[in-house]
Design a protein around this ligand. Structure first.
Ligand code: F1P
Length: 341
């Protein structure tokens, strides 16, 4: 995270410098919509990025799996800024989506880790996330850095539009706190390892989060699936009452993302619903949650940046669950570093 922030923040004017972005202030102001495309973890990072862009720049934004986008006949709109996300920069579905967009005359930026990769070459500009080489197949630190990069990009777009200097400074200070806060989370690894052992008997796990917490839940459930092979499903907390509550029972624990923001009471009410059905709950929160059986407490940042931190303990949880089950974490079955077909 230090690396992605380094040299990019201008504290005096509460702005950021994104050298290769290739989007001048006039072009940034002309953007009417942002569409983010990526696969797997990169798609989940894009979902968080879309929320950050809506919150900080007030531009309507959404994310879609690139693998789906490329198979439909999308309406390509000149006022939409398209952003492709990829750790490897080689994922074929994402590359095909970018090529299709370029063919239709769209402006496409990349949020990419590997410098000079196929998608980076194809894009008109963008942000490198500087996560370094991912040594294992599963994307972890790159997810974190991609979301931080979206924080920078959202701040940049926001400062060319609606975001005040005061809010810009608030976000910048939040970004600067991240490395220290991540170190604090990593210090909790022994406790998380214990929790992983406690929950490793689950046949299936439900991950829930509301609004900012939902993409975190999606990514945490993907991490668990990828390395432990435990079935996991992520659901928006607000959708629980529309069906999945029927599944709650002690054999299916719930991991709940419960940030201290204006949705805290709503999230607590969801925990109560689960408890009322004898569900076991592991919460990731900014304070102990009374209704949860266990809570991983993470440091609080600015509301908009909370998702960056809340995913990290759940990466550790997936890792230690896989270890407890004797899985080969560095070579998970059926997972390739980049999916090129
Ligand atoms: C996309 C992705 C990863 C996943 C696995 C397979 O890769 O779905 O998120 O962990 O490695 O590919 P990328 O486009 O971000 O390189």
């Amino acid at each position: 995270v230090d690396r992605v922030l380094r040299g990019r923040i201008d504290d005096r004017f509460a702005t950021v410098h994104l050298g290769g972005l290739n989007l001048d202030p006039r072009e940034a102001r002309a953007v009417r919509r942002v569409k983010i495309l990526g696969c797997g973890t990169s798609y989940h990072a894009g979902l968080i990025g879309a929320q950050m862009i809506e919150e900080l720049a007030r531009i309507p934004a959404d994310a879609e799996p690139a693998s789906e986008f490329r198979y439909r006949d999308p309406v390509v709109d000149p006022d939409t800024l398209y952003i492709a996300v990829s750790q490897s920069g080689e994922t074929y579905d994402a590359l095909a989506a970018v090529q299709e967009l370029k063919r239709k005359g769209a402006r496409v930026l990349g949020v990419i880790n590997v410098v000079g990769s196929a998608i980076a070459r194809e894009a008109d500009g963008g942000v490198y996330v500087h996560a370094g080489p991912e040594v294992c197949v599963v994307s972890t630190k790159c997810f974190t850095n991609t979301v931080v990069s979206f924080g920078l990009l959202a701040l940049h777009l926001g400062r060319t539009r609606d975001l005040s200097v005061k809010d810009g400074k608030r976000i910048i200070e939040g970004l600067r706190r991240l490395p220290g806060q991540i170190a604090e989370i990593l210090e909790q690894e022994p406790q998380i390892e214990k929790l992983a052992k406690e929950f490793a008997d689950a046949r299936s796990m439900l991950f829930i989060g509301r609004v900012r917490g939902y993409p975190v839940a999606l990514e945490a459930s993907l991490k668990l699936k990828e390395v432990s092979y435990i079935h996991a499903e992520a659901y928006p907390a607000s959708e629980l009452k529309h069906g999945p509550l029927a599944l709650i029972e002690p054999a299916m624990p719930t991991v709940a993302i419960v940030p201290d923001d204006d949705l805290l009471e709503k999230n607590r009410a969801a925990l109560e619903e689960i408890k009322a059905r004898s569900g076991r709950i592991l919460a990731v929160a900014h304070q102990e949650q009374e209704k949860a059986d266990r809570t991983i407490v993470v440091p609080k940042n600015e509301d908009e940046l909370d998702p960056i931190l809340m995913g990290i303990p759940l990466q550790l949880l997936a890792y230690h669950t896989a270890l407890a089950l004797g899985r080969d974490i560095d070579k998970p079955r059926n997972l390739a570093k980049s999916v090129t077909v």
